[in-house]
Write a protein that binds this ligand. Structure first.
Ligand code: FES
Ligand SMILES: [Fe+2]
Length: 417
């Protein structure tokens, strides 16, 4: 029998049964956590923030991913840059985590000073032969996916990020996320492993029992249902809903808005899924009454009836609606702690209290995130219990989790585990 703590990581990967959740050790062991950080958060493309986190030259945001600290900034020419937050003298951190405004990057230790381009411009008492040219801050490979900043810390980043760029460029263009405004940000630490956070987000099996606020605007059947277990009335309703999807998707696409599902969830390096989803009720936005929270629509949007364009990445989930967007970024902190950073975006000129009400804007996802944090903590606590045995995923509502677990195992194998 598999010993959760004595087995090699490879035998834990072997022990995962198709269609089932992962063995406990893969969620709870610290050596697996270290492996995850290396494989998924260094060798794959991950989302760390947004162009609009740093709207003006000199704006900087520091994001820590494990032992790596990254500076996302806008330079004097208005270009986005991502650099390692490690001084080229003796390694000191230049900036603290969070957002700040800088004219230059001055190391607090011995005042080596870097331009916003990363070039070292001042290093006193280093002698005539000292060559500043080769001491620029190390830059990081990044891509802006319609304004979402993805980085990869590997020497050879996966090339299939091109599929994500391609699937989202036209679809996200009207929201103009690059030039949006971050209206609100929340950091929640979930007491669970990052894979439980991701699994929890990729199914809505738990929605009707746990998310009363979200269910006003979100259709929990969207990610699958078993027709056999529905009452005749509910089945008729579900079938009607599917027919409505086909019709709406056809209409939206005819109007020039890409809407059909595009997914690469297994057999790939960079996993993602996107689809334009129907919003229930008033149909406009994920708010307490499903009407728009902001009167100024995002980007060049002129319609409130274009649903919710959802997008999952390896460590993120997003909802783009006519009036606002919600972007969530997942950063693992330890085997049993995960930071979920959520940002609410509105049009850059939208004014709080005039164009939008902050409470209405944030209500649904603040509540949902808190409820999800509780679910993930419960799940992690149960997985830590020696009585835990991985159970089967629902073949209707949790197929995406099966794909996630399969992708996880494949990627670990591809990186030598
Ligand atoms: S470590 Fe930065 S100036 Fe010395
Ligand atoms: Fe949830």
């Amino acid at each position: 029998m598999l010993n959760t703590f004595a087995s090699s990581i490879s035998s834990l990967l072997d022990a995962r049964a198709d269609g089932h959740a992962l063995p406990a050790g893969l969620y709870i062991r610290s050596d697996v956590f270290d492996a995850d950080m290396d494989v998924f958060f260094r060798q794959h493309w991950i989302c760390i923030g947004l162009e609009c986190d740093v709207p003006e030259p000199g704006d900087a945001a520091v994001v820590d991913i494990g032992k790596t600290s990254l500076i996302l900034l806008r330079d004097d020419d208005g270009e986005i840059r991502v650099m390692h937050n490690v001084c080229r003298h003796r390694g000191s951190r230049l900036l603290d985590p969070g957002k700040t405004i800088v004219s230059k990057l001055v190391c607090p230790y011995h005042t080596w000073t870097y331009e916003l381009s990363g070039e070292l411009s001042y290093a006193p008492h280093m002698g005539k032969s000292f060559d500043k040219e080769c001491r620029s801050l190390k830059s990081v490979a990044f891509k802006s996916i319609s304004g979402l900043i993805y980085v990869c810390l590997a020497d050879n980043p996966p090339e299939d990020i091109a599929h994500l760029t391609q699937a989202t460029a036209e679809r996200l263009a009207p929201y103009d996320i690059r030039n949006a405004k971050v209206a609100f940000e929340s950091d929640v630490i979930e007491h669970g492993n990052w894979k439980l956070t991701i699994e929890n987000n990729r199914e809505c099996y738990h929605c009707s029992a746990n998310h009363p606020e979200l269910c006003v605007s979100f259709v929990d059947l969207d990610f699958g249902f078993d027709p056999e277990t529905l009452s005749p009335e509910d089945r008729a309703q579900a079938e009607e809903h599917l027919a409505l999807y086909a019709e709406r998707t056809r209409q939206w696409e005819a109007d020039g808005y890409p809407s059909a599902a595009v997914e690469r969830l297994a057999d790939c390096e960079t996993n993602f899924r996107t689809q334009r989803l129907i919003i229930s009720g008033a149909g406009e936005s994920q708010t307490p009454d499903a009407t728009a929270a902001s009167n100024k629509l995002l980007g060049t949007m002129t319609r409130k009836d274009l649903g919710d364009t959802h997008l999952w990445g390896i460590n993120s989930w997003n909802h783009f609606m006519g009036d606002h967007a919600v972007v969530a970024i997942v950063i693992p902190l330890s085997a049993d702690k995960t930071l979920v950073r959520t940002k609410w975006l509105v049009h850059k000129d939208a004014v709080e209290g005039v164009d939008y009400d902050l409470e209405k804007l944030t209500n649904v996802w603040l509540a949902t995130t808190e409820q999800d944090a509780d679910l993930v903590a419960r799940s992690h606590a149960g997985v830590e219990d020696p009585a835990y045995v991985p159970g089967p995923y629902s073949p209707f509502s949790e197929t995406n989790l099966d794909k996630f677990a399969t992708w996880y195992i494949d990627r670990m194998r591809a990186h030598g585990y």
